[in-house]
Design a protein. Structure first.
Length: 441
């Protein structure tokens, strides 16, 4: 079978495979068509072990491997350590590092300041866990709504309204907190993207003082804004707006398809439909489908435009690795600022912070950390999980910079500039997943 991948004939050029047999370099097809799974594409090359994790997390058990399009044989030779090949030379594996950390309670001998940071870390992890459970449930509900949006009867519309209402109520709560979720929470799927855009859009809308009804329309539009992509050919979908002029125009038609599909749900108001129609319009008139400018674009559409673009930059469809949150935010302001309403852009930045969750930072005392939470009233003072080699990653300390007067952020750091052992400890995500929680749960 390993030789067949080099043959020119089509016979026996594909094999069925279990997820555990896949490796980076295998070109796969997920059986069943677009609506049978959560991924934007049905056929793609696996470029990272993270993609295999996403397939497993989505509950997919078997796929088809195309031997001719794969860059490695199937099954993969047993003498290749794919996990090691993914890591730069000299990197200590997570398992090895965990084994080398002494099994002891770091609180026993920690100084008061460290003890406080360790306790805060434990509380942040508890809240993150709650957010991850809520995020999993929200993903499932988003999937149900997307798959059944055209079904006859009132059930789907009622569930859509209930889902949206719960999301708006949670975001409007005074104790709502935005969290960076673990890598296993992210996936390359329409439901994931829709939920990310809804989350980011609601936070921005809240910051701008939108009413509860407006937020409900915004959330509904976010859920359905890209459903029309399902009607595009695979090649157009994979190009994601790139390619030649014909492919670009074909991709742009997904906006009208999305509006047409969303009209079939009684849960989608006229305001939500207008937001779906205009979520690719640009403030300077360079967008589509109608090349509207400025205030001619409805406010909800302007908010969706920023949230949608940010998520595309950090979670691109064509790759498991995107920009860091800080890089994406800088891109929106510096290179693409003319495309967006500046009031919306500033409200968005205040919602996710100057140092968005997922940003790697270096503190004024020289230590490295990763931002995991935002203090929306003090944007320069997020919560930072700090590299502390004397304790395991599962007990890592967290500093709330709002309460730490003698420590602040010196600068954002690219992953390539961070020492390998630090990067392994902080474990930045290839894809960036956000969700919210309340202090009570």
């Amino acid at each position: 079978r390993r030789q067949r991948m080099f043959s020119f004939g089509k016979k026996d050029s594909t094999v069925k495979a279990k997820i555990e047999d896949l490796r980076p370099g295998h070109f796969i097809e997920i059986p069943g068509g677009w609506w049978s799974h959560n991924f934007i594409r049905s056929k793609f090359l696996i470029e990272s072990p993270r993609v295999i994790d996403e397939l497993r997390a989505a509950g997919i058990e078997r796929v088809v491997v195309d031997l001719e399009k794969s860059t490695i044989p199937f099954p993969a030779p047993p003498d290749i350590d794919f996990e090691r090949s993914e890591r730069p030379s000299g990197t200590i594996s997570p398992a090895t590092q965990a084994a080398e950390v002494p099994a002891r309670d770091p609180l026993e001998s920690a100084p008061p300041s460290m003890k406080e940071a360790l306790l805060r870390g434990a509380e942040m992890r508890r809240r993150q866990e709650a957010a991850e459970q809520a995020h999993t449930a929200a993903l499932q509900e988003t999937q149900f709504v997307l798959k059944n949006m055209l079904a006859a009867g009132p059930e789907v519309a009622a569930r859509t309204r209930e889902f949206v209402g719960n999301a708006v109520s949670t975001v409007l709560a005074d104790d709502a907190t935005l969290h960076l979720l673990s890598g296993r929470q992210s996936e390359a799927s329409l439901r994931f993207h829709s939920l990310q855009v809804m989350t980011l859009g609601l936070l921005t809308g809240k910051r701008m003082g939108l009413s509860e009804t407006e937020l409900q329309d915004l959330a509904t539009a976010a859920i359905f804004h890209d459903t029309g992509i399902s009607r595009l050919q695979d090649s157009v979908r994979m190009a994601a707006g790139g390619g030649n002029r014909i492919e670009q125009e074909a991709y742009q038609s997904h906006v009208l398809y999305s509006v047409e599909m969303a009209k079939g749900s009684s849960a989608v108001s006229k305001s939500a439909l207008a937001a779906i129609l205009t979520h690719h319009e640009a403030f300077n008139g360079s967008g589509y489908p109608k090349k509207l400018t400025g205030d001619a674009i409805p406010l909800l559409g302007r908010i969706l435009a920023v949230a949608d673009r940010y998520d595309y930059l950090v979670n691109p469809q064509s790759s498991p690795l995107g920009m860091t949150p800080a890089e994406a935010l800088a891109r929106l302001f510096q290179q693409e600022g003319a495309r967006f309403d500046k009031q919306v852009l500033h409200a968005f930045a205040k919602s996710i912070g100057i140092y968005p969750p997922g940003s790697i930072v270096q503190l004024s005392d020289g230590r490295y950390g990763i931002v995991i939470g935002v203090n929306t009233e003090a944007l320069m003072c997020p919560s930072v999980l700090v590299y502390e080699p004397t304790v395991s990653k599962g007990q890592a300390p967290v500093l709330d910079l709002l309460e730490t007067a003698d420590v602040n952020i010196k600068n954002c750091v690219a992953a390539a500039m961070v020492p390998k052992d630090v990067l392994d400890y902080l474990n930045p995500r290839g894809r960036v997943a956000y969700f919210y929680s309340r202090a009570g749960g």
